[in-house]
Design a protein around this ligand. Sequence first.
Ligand SMILES: [Zn+2]
Length: 116
Amino acid sequence: MPHTEPTPIGAPDLAGVRRLGDNLAVLETVEGETVVCVHCGTRIGPLSGGAFFAALARRDARPTEAGPHIWHDPSEYVDAVVVFWQLFCPGCLTAVHSRVVPVDRPLPNDDYRNWL
Ligand SMILES: [Zn+2]
């Protein structure tokens, strides 16, 4: 079996593109505005309506994984199941959005302009 090197994740040339924070940017494409990862260049999905959220990888963990400042047992204060919620670039797994939220909270499609 021939040995082949994996294709390195290349830093895309994103000069002049609109940044959406430290990890995401918007490319103008023939399909419209597309959200891309600034680290690996993965085209994540359409900006319109926050549709790109559905393409992000998601991990739910115990709230304590968010750090020592998070109370260890949210059930003492709320009835809902609370998780440390992280959304990642599907190409390089950079965390692009992290929150401690109720497990059934919908993706932030409606308010993404506030956190980007
Ligand atoms: Zn990436």
